[in-house]
Every structure is written in C-alpha cells, then in structure tokens.
Design a protein around this ligand. Structure first.
Ligand SMILES: *[C@@H]1O[C@H](CO)[C@@H](O)[C@H](O)[C@H]1NC(C)=O
Ligand SMILES: *[C@@H]1O[C@H](CO)[C@@H](O)[C@H](O)[C@H]1NC(C)=O
Ligand SMILES: *[C@@H]1O[C@H](CO)[C@@H](O)[C@H](O)[C@H]1NC(C)=O
Length: 427
C-alpha cells in the first residue's frame, strides 16, 4: 500500500526530470543558434566597412578611470552660499555638511569614486535621512539611489577623438559639440551629422569635433545593438556609458562627460553642450567664438539665461522637485537645450561637482556649479532655447542671424541648413 505510491512518485519525478533536461537542451541549442545567427548578420552588415574592429562591434563595457578631482583646491563662492539656503531639505543639508568638510584632508568625497560602494552608501543614507522617501515618484527614488555615483563603465569611449594635435597647435579642437542623445534617436543624430554638427577644419587649422553622449537603451526599445555598432564604427562619434538612459540621469551624463573631455579632449577651447533636436548655426557660432577677447574666452558660459527660477512642485511635471528634497531658488543658469562653455572651465567644474551634490536637473546643476566657482552665465540673444515666434519658424533670414534654436525635426534641420547656405538667399 505504501510502496506503490512511493514507486509511482519516483517514476513521476524521474520523467519530469527527463522532460526538463530535454527541454533545457533544446532551448540551449536554439539559443546558440540565435546568437550565432545574429553574430553573422552583424558581421555581414559590417564587412562593407573597412578597418572593422570586432572589439568595438561586440561592445564589451570598458572601465573608465575617473581623473582625480582637485578637491583640495576647491573654494565655493560666498554668493553661492547666499543663494542656497541652509535648511532641513535633504539636498540642502547634504550640501552644507560637505561645505563644512571642505578643505579637510580626510574628506570622504574621494570614496565616491567607486560606483557599487557609493550606491550602497546612498541607499543606507536615504533610509535614515529622507523621512518621506516612499512618497517620492519612482524615477525620483531611482535618482536618489545612485545620486552622486559617477564611475560608470563605457560601451564606447572614443579615446582618439581629438587626436592628433600638432605640436604647434595645428589641428587643435576649437569647438567640441557634446550632444545629448539616446540610442533610439538615430534619425536626429544623422540630421545633425549632415548639417550643423559636421566635423570640419576651419581656417587657421581649427577643428570642430562632435560626440553624441548616450546611455543604455530604454528597456522598451527594440534591439538597437546592430545599428549602434554601425554608428560607432562608421561615424566614430558615439560616446556611450553603461547606465540607464533617463531624464533624471542627465546630470550623471554631463558629469561623465566632464572627466572624459579632461582625459581625451583636454585642449578643446570651447564646448557646446546641447540636445540632439536643436538647430545650430555653426558658422555664426564660430564667428562669435573667434570674436571673443582672449581675456573673456577662458570664462565663457553663454546661452539663454534663465533667471529667478525655482523648483516646480507639481508631481506631474518632469521637472518635479519635492520640497523635502530641495528648498530654495535656482541660481541663474543657461538653458540645457544648448549652451557654450570654455574648455578652461571644465576642470574647475569637475572638481567642484564633488562638493555640490548632484541635482536631478542637469542645466540647473551646471548653473549651481558655475555659481560656486563665481562664474555667471551670460545671456546671448542668438540662443533661443524656447524657440522663436510661431510665424518665424520657417523664416530663413531669422535663422541666419541666430545661433541656436530649440527644437526642430530632422527634416526641418535639413531645410534650414540648406537654406541659410543658399547663395540665392538675400536677407
Ligand atoms: C589651485 O587652483 C589654482 C587656480 O585654478 C591653480 O593655479 C593652482 O595651481 C591650484 N593649486 C593646486 C595645489 O592644485
Ligand atoms: C589637420 O587635419 C587635417 C584633416 O584632418 C589634415 O588634412 C591636415 O594635414 C592636418 N594638419 C596637420 C598639420 O597635420
Ligand atoms: C540612472 O542609472 C542607474 C545606472 O544604470 C540606474 O540604476 C538608475 O535607476 C538610473 N536613474 C533613473 C532615474 O532612471
């Protein structure tokens, strides 16, 4: 009576196991087949491209060692301290505790260089310090979890982007276009490549270079791997980091771009940071740069300046900032759609970013860091990050006289670029 059910149970277990193993074997072989298939199709796609480098195609994350910030030498302006109130909000408290430690040799800021350690430390600190953390929107919670973690592996690093530089300064990068994009925006990148973002050599041997800065694709994106591999190989302008693309990670994106430039493009005179859907009148921009007095050229922070703004408290806004997170006004800042900054400012900005905690809105954050360095954004009427009047949007003469306009479709970029270069255009 007892033996039979036991035996039956044994047979049952055995057959289930056998079935499972068969299933696993079949699954494994199809998996192999599939990777093999996608691998050959990628190789086929690239066999047309010369000098193919399989290492790049396979996109193994590479580690990127952050340069040491000059934290011993950071001083924060008095006007910054006056702008940002000292109160009970989390970010404000974090800031003031760091300001208090500024200059102390055993400052804990150095430990922030390890991504995993930092993430753990953040998580613990959040539980203790943000009493209503659970009421924050999910993306905001995600932001806080990795807040101030910055060491991230790269999926495409472009170490030779700004080479070669001749010893006499020939072929030095005059302007580096640092364009915030995301993996799905191929059409926008291509329009930028064909229009305002062209890499070219200006008279006097001055170069314009271009990088698109990307994170990882959104989870809901289709497989963009093959197209991205192609872009990396063929255009050599994709700087991709191994972190999740998201609006609230733009500050992280900017803060990885700073050390990247310090390491791999240290001689860039100017950097243009902007979105992939803006129109830039590059000849007008170059003329403007060349017109700058040498004394001013090293402290340029120019764009469409937003004055007397403050946090938006509407939970539905993508710019939402909870009161318990940050309480105070924003310092003046240049709108993130597109602004210019001197290469000479990148190192001080990078160093001071170890003192000013990351803020989830990237252009506000740059404004804060600049303010801490005592650099004020300069307004320029040629930068229209809120776009021109509705009736002027197809007006070529208006565009010919501006430097930056937000925001245009790829087709419109093509139309505007051709138009402002037409010899028939008389304004
Ligand atoms: C501190 O910064 C100043 C100005 O940027 C620089 O001249 C000086 O050499 C720096 N000092 C150290 C110890 O790095
Ligand atoms: C500068 O770069 C251009 C184009 O990349 C090249 O043709 C030229 O020879 C370079 N100049 C020098 C001095 O190497
Ligand atoms: C930013 O990227 C990190 C690393 O991939 C991720 O853990 C975090 O959730 C992202 N933040 C947001 C707000 O998505």
């Amino acid at each position: 009576m007892i033996l039979i059910p036991l035996m039956m149970k044994g047979i049952y277990v055995f057959s289930v196991l056998a079935l499972l193993i068969t299933f696993l074997m079949v699954f494994y072989s199809t998996l192999n087949l599939e990777t093999a298939k996608s691998y050959t199709s990628e190789v086929k796609l690239f066999s047309k491209v010369e000098d193919q480098n399989l290492d790049i195609l396979l996109s193994e994350p590479q580690s990127f060692t952050l340069p040491e910030p000059d934290v011993d030498n950071v001083s924060v302006s008095e006007s910054f301290r006056q702008t940002i109130p000292q109160n009970g909000a989390y970010w404000n408290r974090l800031l003031y505790s760091r300001l208090k430690n500024l200059g102390k040799r055993e400052s804990p800021l150095r430990d922030k260089l390890s991504w995993s350690k930092c993430r753990q430390a953040n998580e613990e600190s959040l539980k203790i310090n943000v009493h209503n953390f659970n009421s924050y929107p999910a993306p905001f919670q995600d932001f806080l979890r990795v807040m101030d973690c910055r060491s991230s592996a790269a999926l495409a690093l472009l170490p030779h982007k700004c080479l070669p530089i001749e010893s006499d300064g020939e072929n030095q990068t005059l302007l580096l276009f640092a364009i915030k994009s995301n993996p799905g925006n191929f059409e926008r990148r291509q329009a930028v490549r064909e229009t305002w973002g062209q890499e070219m050599l200006y008279p006097n041997g001055l170069q314009i270079r271009r990088v698109f800065i990307l994170g990882n694709p959104y989870p809901e994106d289709p497989n963009l791997g093959p197209l991205l591999s192609f872009e990396k190989e063929y255009f050599g302008d994709i700087l991709q980091w191994d972190f999740q693309e998201s609006f609230l990670n733009l500050t992280l994106k900017m803060n990885l771009f700073l050390p990247w430039t310090l390491k791999h493009c240290p001689h860039a005179s100017f950097v243009f940071s902007g979105d992939d859907d803006v129109f830039v009148n590059t000849p007008a921009l170059v003329t403007y740069l060349q017109s700058l007095e040498p004394s001013k050229a090293s402290r340029v922070y120019v764009g469409h300046v937003i004055n007397s703004a403050g946090p938006i408290r509407d939970q539905k806004s993508k710019y939402y900032i909870p009161t318990s997170f940050y309480n105070g006004p924003y310092p003046p800042y240049a709108g993130g759609g597109g602004f210019l900054i001197s290469g000479a400012l990148l190192k001080p900005l990078y160093s001071v970013s170890f003192v000013i905690p990351f803020f989830p809105i990237d252009d506000v954050y740059i404004g804060m860091c600049a303010k801490a360095l005592g650099v004020s954004p300069q307004g320029h009427a040629g930068f229209q990050t809120f776009d021109v009047k509705e009736e002027d949007r197809d007006n070529l003469c208006i565009h010919k006289n501006l430097i930056l306009i937000h925001q245009r479709l790829p087709k419109q970029l093509m139309y505007l670029w051709k138009g402002i270069h037409s010899p028939l255009l008389s304004c």
